[in-house]
Design a binder for this molecule. Structure first.
Ligand code: PSU
Ligand code: MN
Length: 306
C-alpha cells in the first residue's frame, strides 16, 4: 500500500535494508529557506558531508505527488529553482500527493516521511516553533507537534530568535520532547551559540546520545528529540547585528500583515537582506555542522539497531 506513495532512491533503500546509517534532509530549506543558487549548492554540500562522515544522505521532498526519499541532483536543482513548489507541512501532504503536485517538506513533514521510510536521524538548520506574539496569533509551527509523536532525532542549531525561544522550549516540554545540547549546556539561538536558556540534557558524543534515543524508543516513549548543536564559533554572528536585523524583520512582517505559512519564509529572507547576506553564510556553516553530527549519530544508532 505504501509503495503507491513512497519512492525511495535505490541507494537509500539498499542502506535501509542493510540497517546502514542514513540521514534525512529537508527541502523547505532549499525552496523557501535560502535563495538560488546558494540553496542548491548548500543542499548538495550537505549531502557530501553526510557521505564523508560515513552515512547515506536522503533529501526528502514531494515530486508529482510522490513522497521522494532521496532526491537526485537534478531534482534538488529543480526544487531550488522552481517557483510553484508548495511549502508542505503535515496538513498539506494528502492534498499535494493526491493532486500530484510538487512540495518542499518542512521539518514536520520530513520527519513524518523519514519515519515512514525507517530513517531515525534528520539534519536541518533550525526548527520551527512558537512565534513571537503567539499569545495573540496562536502561530505555533506544526514542527513541534510532529516532534511530539514521530520517532526521529532532529539535529539543528537551536531556534532562531524570529521565534519566542522561551515559549518554544516550554511548548516542547509540554510535548514530552527532550532538548539535548550537543557539547553545550545552553540552547543555541541559531546564528549565535547562546540564547540565555538551558537545555534539558547535555551530551558530549554521539554514542551517549544514541544510547538515550534507543532507550526512549525501546520504552515506547514515542516522539522525537531536539539535538541542539551550536554554530561553530568562527561562524557565529555578532549578537547586536543579528538581534537588530531580526527585530526589524519581525516589525516589518507585522506592519505588512504577513501571516500563517508565509511568516517564516518572509522573516528568513528579510534577515538575510538586512545583514547584507552575512546571515546566509552563517546559516550554511551551521547546516554543514549539523550534517556532520547527524551522520555520526546515525552511525552510532545503526550499531545499536544491527
Ligand atoms: N527555520 C529556519 N530555516 C528554515 C525553516 C525554519 O531557520 O528553513 C523552515 C523549516 O522547513 C521549518 C519551517 O520546518 O521553516 C517552519 O515553518 P512554519 O513556521 O510555517 O511551520
Ligand atoms: Mn506558523
Amino acid at each position: 500500500m505504501l509503495e503507491k506513495y513512497l519512492d525511495i532512491k535505490p541507494e537509500v533503500e539498499e542502506a535501509l535494508k542493510n540497517r546502514e546509517p542514513v540521514v534525512a534532509l529537508e527541502s523547505t530549506i532549499i525552496s523557501h529557506g535560502m535563495p538560488y543558487p546558494k540553496n542548491v549548492e548548500t543542499a548538495l554540500g550537505v549531502e557530501n558531508i553526510v557521505r564523508q562522515n560515513g552515512a547515506v544522505p536522503a533529501t526528502i521532498g514531494i515530486l508529482g505527488g510522490k513522497l521522494k526519499v532521496g532526491l537526485t541532483e537534478d531534482e534538488v536543482e529543480y526544487l531550488g529553482k522552481a517557483k510553484n513548489v508548495i511549502k508542505t507541512s503535515r496538513r498539506d501532504i494528502p492534498f499535494v500527493v493526491s493532486k500530484k503536485l510538487d512540495g518542499a517538506t518542512t521539518v514536520a513533514s520530513t520527519m513524518f516521511i523519514a519515519a515512514l521510510a525507517g530513517i531515525k536521524v534528520f539534519a536541518t538548520g533550525g526548527i520551527g516553533g512558537v512565534h513571537r506574539g503567539a499569545q495573540e496569533t496562536f502561530d505555533i509551527s506544526a514542527d513541534l507537534q510532529e516532534l511530539a509523536q514521530t520517532n526521529v532525532a532532529v539535529v539543528c542549531a537551536g531556534a532562531k530568535a524570529i521565534l519566542d525561544i522561551g515559549l518554544t522550549l516550554e511548548y516542547i516540554e509540554t510535548c514530552g520532547v527532550p532538548v539535548v545540547g550537543y557539547g553545550t549546556d545552553e540552547f543555541p539561538a541559531f546564528y549565535t551559540r547562546m540564547s540565555g536558556y538551558k537545555v534539558d540534557y547535555r551530551v558530549d558524543n554521539a554514542e551517549e546520545l544514541a544510547a538515550a534515543l534507543k532507550t526512549k524508543w525501546d520504552l515506547g516513549l514515542d516522539g522525537g528529540v531536539v539535538v541542539a548543536n551550536p554554530i561553530p564559533e568562527e561562524h557565529e554572528m555578532d549578537y547586536y547585528v543579528i538581534t537588530k536585523a531580526i527585530n526589524d524583520a519581525v516589525a516589518e512582517a507585522e506592519a505588512k500583515g504577513i501571516k500563517g505559512k508565509e511568516t517564516t519564509p518572509f522573516l528568513l529572507a528579510r534577515v538575510k537582506e538586512l545583514t547584507g547576506g552575512d546571515s546566509l553564510e552563517s546559516n550554511i556553516a551551521l547546516v554543514y555542522n549539523n550534517a556532520k553530527v547527524a551522520a555520526q549519530l546515525s552511525l552510532e544508532l545503526a550499531k545499536l539497531y544491527k
